[in-house]
Design a protein around this ligand. Structure first.
Ligand code: PEP
Length: 250
């Protein structure tokens, strides 16, 4: 039985003082023993937010990291820095990083390898554009993204990863995929993982849906067979996030 997970992606929002306030406000509200709760926060907010949530079940994630260990990479954040700051998860390959920072499958694969080497759980993002959906190439495209991301990742490593299916046309648009559309792709991802790694990894790896998840639609989406929770952008910046975490108590 896979545990549900709800991860917030704060993106480039929240100054350190705003982050401390939001984390403190959410902390008493997001207590669901059946759900792993993760706040993925901007790098500058990691240390203060780790301090706020200390003693709770909330885990902290980064929104990105670099694949080198240290050195002359001005502006980048290393896996060792994240571990030392208390980070347990890292979002890798979000569509915004693929689009605005030109991250490709090779870079994403290197980041996944490095995160796993440091025992940080990568939340590996994939998802098609509207044009790809409308031209019927979604499943082929996602399959290519998954095999690129997981290149030379062993079954023992893959089982620790989380995959987030995030159709680009649903991110930040208010246009949520139907639960059938989300389930269809998440099932295809699990089938793909089964083909690569076999049934044990396929049954255990967690697959999240992301794209305009909110308090009103979370329960239906999370009830789908192959969906193990959500990666939440906009709604993770509000107290509404607690309702998404408590989707099964509403
Ligand atoms: C995201 O950016 O990961 C995301 C899912 O955003 P939103 O929930 O705002 O669509």
């Amino acid at each position: 039985m896979r545990r549900k997970m709800v991860a917030g992606n704060w993106k480039m929002n929240m100054t350190p003082s705003q982050a401390v306030k939001l984390a403190g406000d959410l902390m008493p509200l997001v207590d669901n023993e059946d759900v792993d709760v993760v706040f993925c926060v901007p790098a500058i907010d990691i240390v203060p937010v780790v301090n706020v949530v200390k003693g709770s079940n909330i885990l902290i994630g980064a929104e990105d990291m670099y694949y080198e260990e240290k050195g002359a990479y001005t502006g980048e954040v290393s896996p060792e820095m994240l571990v030392d700051a208390g980070v347990k998860y890292v979002i890798i390959g979000h569509s915004e990083r693929r689009e605005y920072f030109k991250e490709d499958d090779t870079i994403i694969n290197k980041k996944i390898h490095k995160a796993l080497q440091y025992n940080i759980v990568p939340i590996v993002c994939c998802g098609e554009s509207l044009e790809q959906r409308e031209t019927g190439v979604t499943l082929d495209f996602i399959k290519k993204q998954i095999s690129g991301a997981f290149k030379h990742i062993s079954p023992e490593q893959a089982i620790k990863c989380v995959i987030a299916y995030e159709p680009i046309w649903a991110i930040g648009t208010g246009r949520v995929a139907t639960s059938e559309q989300a389930q269809e792709v998440c099932k295809a991802i699990r089938d793909n993982i089964r083909n690569i790694y076999g049934p044990v990894v396929a049954e255990q790896i967690r697959i999240l849906y992301g794209g305009s998840v909110n308090a009103a639609n979370a329960a239906e989406i999370f009830a789908q067979d192959d969906i193990d929770g959500g990666l939440v952008g906009g709604a993770s910046l509000k107290l509404e996030f607690a309702k998404i975490v408590n989707y099964d108590r509403m």
